[in-house]
Ligand binder design. Structure first.
Ligand SMILES: Cc1cc2nc3c(=O)[nH]c(=O)nc-3n(C[C@H](O)[C@H](O)[C@H](O)COP(=O)(O)OP(=O)(O)OC[C@H]3O[C@@H](n4cnc5c(N)ncnc54)[C@H](O)[C@@H]3O)c2cc1C
Length: 388
């Protein structure tokens, strides 16, 4: 056993309160949705103090400077005691890693420690009413005003925009250039004058998305990432981080009970169904695919010393993980029968209600971060080098 593993085990026993082990903790940073539970707060503070909210980031930016191998030990030991992830969201998974690669020293110093300490929650301003899969068709305009840009336009499907403090946003800085060459990548505060946010009500009554409107919003040039009109390269890189995070369970895609376990617990109905050879074959096939995918993810992370899968091959992982999750949730529904069709009320347990929502969420995850069809296009072009 390594000395590091021993040290982590000892630290975890003290730092992670028993009361929160095994519980969900979706803290994505910022002050608009504060941590309300004192035990979660103490766990978060203990992790932030050691740089364990972003363990592989350099110490100067709020991380712990761990190697990929030590970070894995930390993850394994946290998993063993069911410690919740201390900090999630777009700061740690998307804009942080992108800034580490493309930010200037001043930009890194300004933004990364605030992400690591959970002070700022970020949202993603990519999609527009007329630009989804064809993202480079975006029209939100930024006009050069010397030391800043003035931004006008609208973004849609912006997850968590109503709770975010800052946005990373794709804007058009040259409307005459070919569409991929006139885009810039800027950061600005969601509390800037001229920003308004309207939640979009979904069929289930919740609003995870918003539409954002920008009228003469000021973005300082010091917050332009990379060069003006060269933002497309950075945008694509960030998408690789996003897809890698989705593949490895970001946003809850890995959640849900194992199918054989569901089958056993759902008594007669499911057992009766498991006597059906077709159902048995489906459950077995999904379980095997799930295990194999978990091992493939681990191997890819170990081969890539940065600990992730962020290349064009990320599209393969994103495609496979979201389609597998969708299959698993569809199968859970059919095993649980009408108990997995509830929306609210006393007739359903929390686990049952979660399956109904997970089934819908599974469909959303085949669209978020680029639809399955778009991932197949990228795999064809960039991984298999097939002609356009
Ligand atoms: C849960 C969730 C969270 C999201 N969060 C954010 C966010 O925070 N920020 C943000 O900017 N966006 C966000 N989005 C938006 C997401 O990125 C877009 O929905 C996605 O890129 C698809 O764009 P669209 O909805 O405009 O669909 P369209 O582009 O209109 O596509 C419609 C259909 O056509 C297919 N299609 C389109 N082009 C092609 C092609 N060339 N080849 C084959 N098929 C094609 C698509 O696969 C899809 O099935 C989120 C979406 C979801 C579901």
């Amino acid at each position: 056993m390594s000395a590091f593993r021993d040290e982590i085990k000892g630290w975890l026993q003290k730092a992670c309160p028993e009361t929160i082990r095994g519980r969900n903790f979706d803290f994505a940073g910022g002050h608009k949705v504060p941590i309300e539970n004192a035990d979660f707060q103490s766990w978060f503070d203990a992790c932030a103090e050691r740089g364990y909210t972003v363990p592989t980031w350099p110490v100067e930016y709020g991380g712990s400077g761990l190697s990929a191998a030590d970070a894995r030990i930390l993850r394994e030991e946290m998993g063993r005691i069911k410690a919740p992830t201390p900090l999630a969201g777009m700061g740690t998974a998307m804009i942080g890693p992108t800034l580490l690669e493309h930010g200037t020293p001043a930009q890194k110093q300004e933004h990364l420690p605030k992400i690591a300490r959970g002070e700022i929650r970020w949202c993603q301003g990519y999609s527009e009413p007329g630009a989804g899969s064809d993202l480079a068709a975006l029209q939100t305009k930024a006009v050069d005003q010397g030391d800043h840009y003035l931004i006008n336009g609208s973004k849609i499907w912006t997850s968590g925009a109503d709770q975010a403090d800052w946005i990373f946003c794709l804007v058009r800085t040259d409307s005459k250039a070919p569409k991929h060459e006139g885009i810039s990548f800027v950061l600005f505060s969601m509390d800037s004058p001229g920003v308004s946010v309207e939640p979009i009500q979904l069929i289930n009554g919740s609003s995870p998305f918003c539409q954002c409107f920008f009228v003469d919003v000021k973005a300082e040039k010091s917050n332009l990432i990379g060069q003006e009109n060269r933002g497309w390269t950075i945008a694509k890189r960030l998408l690789q981080h996003e897809r890698s995070s989705i593949s490895s369970g970001g946003g809850g895609i890995g959640a849900g009970a194992a199918l054989p376990d569901l089958a056993l617990r759902y008594g007669n109905t499911a057992q009766a169904k498991l006597t059906d050879p077709q159902t048995r074959a489906e459950v077995t096939s999904i379980e095997i695919d799930n295990r194999a995918f978990g091992l493939t993810l681990r191997r890819a992370a170990e081969e890539n010393h940065s600990g992730g899968t962020q290349t064009f091959a990320t599209s393969m992982f994103k495609y496979y993980s979201s389609e597998l999750y969708r299959r698993r949730m569809e199968s859970s529904m059919s095993l649980m029968g009408t108990q997995a069709t509830g929306w609210e009320g006393d007739g359903f347990s929390n686990e049952e209600l979660a399956v109904t929502r997970g089934w819908l969420f599974g469909k959303a995850m085949t669209i978020a971060g680029g639809s399955s069809e778009v991932q197949l296009n990228i795999i064809a072009k960039r991984v298999l080098s097939l002609p356009d």
